[in-house]
Design a protein around this ligand. Sequence first.
Ligand code: NAD
Length: 368
Amino acid sequence: MIKIKKRKFLLLPGDGIGPEVIGEVKKIINWFNNKKSLDFEIEEELVGGSAYEKHGMPITDEVFYKALESEAVILGAVGGPKWDNLEFSKKPERALLKLRKELKLFANLRPAICFKQLVDASSLKPELVSGLDIMFVRELTGGIYFGEPRGIKPIDNGERKGINTHVYTTSEIERVARVAFDLARKRNNKVTSCEKSNVMEAGQLWKEEVQSIHEKEYKDVELNHMLADNCAMQLVRNPKQFDVIVTDNLFGDMLSDEAAMLTGSLGLLPSASLGAKDKNGNMRSLYEPVHGSAPDIAGKGIANPIATILSFAMALKYTLDLDKEAETLEKAVQNVLDEGLRTKDILSNGTKEVSTSTMGDAIISKLQ
Ligand code: NAD
């Protein structure tokens, strides 16, 4: 078999259940290396609370530069009560924010997929969510979370005022819109762009720039504009109307969480954060489950590894363009769910409880 180019991935397991779920991804990477001759070179480093324990900081410069040089970073999760009272700059979450910011990961992709085997876990009626497949594209490095001026200031009458600034430029909107349109072309060819153009100038600019890039480059893709509050409502009324939703940092934060919960379980949701492509077509990227470090179940061997495994499938698809391999992995997950194997978080009547590592092994057995 012909070996393809060596692919450099950095694994950052992090804290809590992070190392347990990343452990299952390592097994899958080994399987791809052995059976498919995909030459993954993996390095593993500390991040978050575990890095703080060893180095007194949530990410060292050395690890940060390794992330810069890797084709993709696969992260478990960071944080936990042990580090809640650290000063802001030392908190585990700072490592994640630094990686997102310095790697310039401006597009956050969060699929909200409702597996037919798990429709009962959703708070909506099965017919509304069965087969649901929405891709959220959230702008991640701009908008009100980063805009200046910001802060809390005293004012004359003895009160204080809190200030944040919602600001977007043409190029920030265009680059994230392109990600959404490109994704739609590989899916059902439909983009819904959400903003509050009725009450915010930055929202009006968002709408105009998305419309303009659509007219210039993506006329073949269906585009709808929707006010973000209406989108929040439509997501619970008729979520299957959506294919790709593109929106800003603030609305994306809320709407993607809302959509995630339509699918029922945190343990199943992957995500990708992508940067700009360089002149050779390469881009920086970070893949991680949507869930956190789940300190309440850490070390018990019961964490659901599927969100992290599906995050690795996204890395195969979006960083390596290995669509076929990604689909094989996604199908293996579906097959295991079809057989009724479940970790504790998604257990229901008539299904069989398995541990984190048994779930990983079962998925690998379906890859064969
Ligand atoms: P969480 O996602 O860690 O857990 C919420 C609930 O879901 C818990 O009951 C947990 O047991 C369960 N859960 C989460 N993932 C699961 C999985 N894979 N399998 C089975 N059950 C799972 O959220 P939280 O409790 O709000 O936060 C815990 C810590 O994680 C905090 O320190 C928080 O700051 C951090 N956090 C980190 C990230 C990240 O690293 N990206 C994201 C969110 C929260």
